[in-house]
Design a protein around this ligand. Structure first.
Ligand code: FAD
Length: 432
């Protein structure tokens, strides 16, 4: 399957949108027509409906289904695609992502990164190594499918091939989730986790202050080329403002990608093409080429509206400098699932609003803080990418700080709050 980015840069996933057989016949369903059967499967009032089964949605469904008092709780996880589905993503799993996984989750690692080669628009290469693993690499289809299975095991009901078209707050306190096929689902609380171009973010009124276009190619390579990359990634600071490129090895193939501010599509495509050529990979035909927008929330953007909470990319929760989003999706999804149960159990609308606010505060005091320092890093990186390169390749404390963030010992916000060399590095990088 070869995929190409659409004009907006959004992922073109027509093969996943084709409407798979979501509800196969069961003995109990025999003799009924399919519409009647589907309506039954989704019928009644659900305590929590989660829209989107990426890391944020599966994490929310898992948390909601396993929160205390789960006996009899009905949690529904909806996705327009059926797992395993391709997702445009480097699949880099840093420490905070690993730490936010459900207990016992086995990461389907394709490689363990112990070295990073940094380049500045192809020049000034330097490889930094670490004895301890820096981060892991996964293929998102496999990773996301395992997360969905965890949510199901915890008791959530999965319905795939179900595209949500809108949400409506009813006067009786329930939320109607309308589906593209004309059906609808009733919920006491909805978690919107349908990604950066989703419907639920629009319903809640999420606003963004940074939008970027990420382009990627999955490139199968012969064993001798794969061996050159094993355990090592490459990060290239690009010539477009705020851009960078990466090579992430995944066994017998490489995920090669670039990201830059939206609105410079032709230059971003040229960056990826030149990057691939420069690395000597132009002779290997990609199996998949795709693109996707990443969107970071504005600092005052809402995280909830009534009985609808948003998480992950749908809420614009993403690290602004690196555009790392899996840990944000897993962490916000878990919080959303826990708070959704409380919203669903609220006795009245005052209780609903108070609990929805509780979710917003939880996100703002944690991920909100991290995004604030990330914005400062991004702004400095746009102005002085060379300073970041010199720091990464030439300053031991800067490299150590970067390594400690990827390993999950601290975060950029944690470094900024600390009193050590890590803080001095951050201060040096973000000074005006
Ligand atoms: C090029 C690129 C590379 C990246 N690399 C990394 C990386 O290496 N590491 C990292 O941490 N982050 C990376 N990210 C960011 C990361 O991919 C996202 O932040 C992460 O996928 C967000 O997870 P999510 O669950 O919020 O949304 P998604 O993973 O986008 O999941 C949303 C789900 O909702 C479903 N959906 C959408 N609309 C509907 C609808 N109407 N009805 C029903 N279902 C719907 C979709 O099918 C999908 O399954 C990258 C992003 C890009 C663009």
């Amino acid at each position: 399957m070869t995929q190409t980015p659409g004009p907006s840069g959004e992922q073109n996933l027509t093969s996943d949108d084709s409407g798979t057989d979501v509800f196969p016949d069961t003995p109990a369903a025999e003799g009924r027509d399919s519409d009647e059967r589907d309506a039954d499967e989704l019928g009644g009032v659900w305590d929590v409906v989660v829209v989107g089964a990426g890391p944020a949605g599966s994490s929310a469904a898992y948390a909601a289904a396993s929160a205390p008092g789960a006996e009899g709780r009905r949690v529904l996880l909806l996705d327009k695609a059926a797992p395993p589905r391709y997702k445009t993503c480097g699949g880099g799993i840093i420490g905070p992502s690993r730490d936010a996984l459900p207990p016992g989750f086995q990461l389907p690692l394709k490689d363990r990164v112990h070295a990073i080669t940094f380049t500045m628009d192809g020049r000034m290469p330097r490889t930094r190594r670490s004895q301890r693993m820096l981060f892991g690499l996964v293929n998102r289809d496999e990773f996301d499918e395992r997360l969905v299975q965890c949510a199901e095991k915890a008791g959530a009901v999965l319905a795939t091939g179900v595209a949500v078209s809108g949400l409506r707050q009813e006067p009786d306190g329930l939320v109607t989730v309308t589906l593209q096929d004309g059906r609808s689902v009733l919920a006491r609380c909805v978690v919107g986790a349908d990604g950066s171009a989703g419907r639920t973010g629009a319903h809640v009124g999420v606003t963004f202050d940074q939008v970027d276009l990420g382009l990627e190619a999955e490139i199968p390579v012969p064993p001798e080329v794969a061996a050159q990359w094993r355990g090592r990634v490459l990060l290239d600071w690009g010539s477009l403002s705020g851009s960078y490129g990466w090579v992430f090895p995944k066994g017998d193939s490489l995920t090669v990608g670039v990201i830059a501010a939206r609105g410079r599509g032709a230059e971003t495509r040229a960056y990826l093409k030149d990057f691939i050529a420069r690395l000597g990979l132009a002779g290997f035909p990609p199996s998949i080429e795709s693109g996707h927008l990443t969107r970071c929330r504005a600092d005052d953007s809402p995280l909830a509206k009534g009985r609808v909470l948003v998480a992950g990319d749908a809420a614009g929760l993403l690290e602004p400098w690196t555009r790392e989003g899996i840990s944000y999706a897993l962490r916000s999804g878990r919080l959303a699932g826990e708070w959704a149960v409380r919203v669903a159990d609220a006795q009245d609308e005052t209780g609903v609003n108070r609990r929805a606010l509780g979710y917003s505060f939880a996100i703002k005091s944690d991920l909100g803080e991290e995004m604030r320092i990330g914005r400062k890093l991004m702004s400095a990186f746009e102005r002085r990418p060379r300073a970041f390169h010199i720091a990464a390749i030439g300053l031991r404390p800067a490299w150590r700080a970067f390594a400690r963030v990827t390993q999950g010992h601290t975060t950029f916000a944690g470094l900024a709050r600390s009193h050590g060399l890590g803080r001095q590095t951050i201060d040096m990088l973000i000074r005006r």
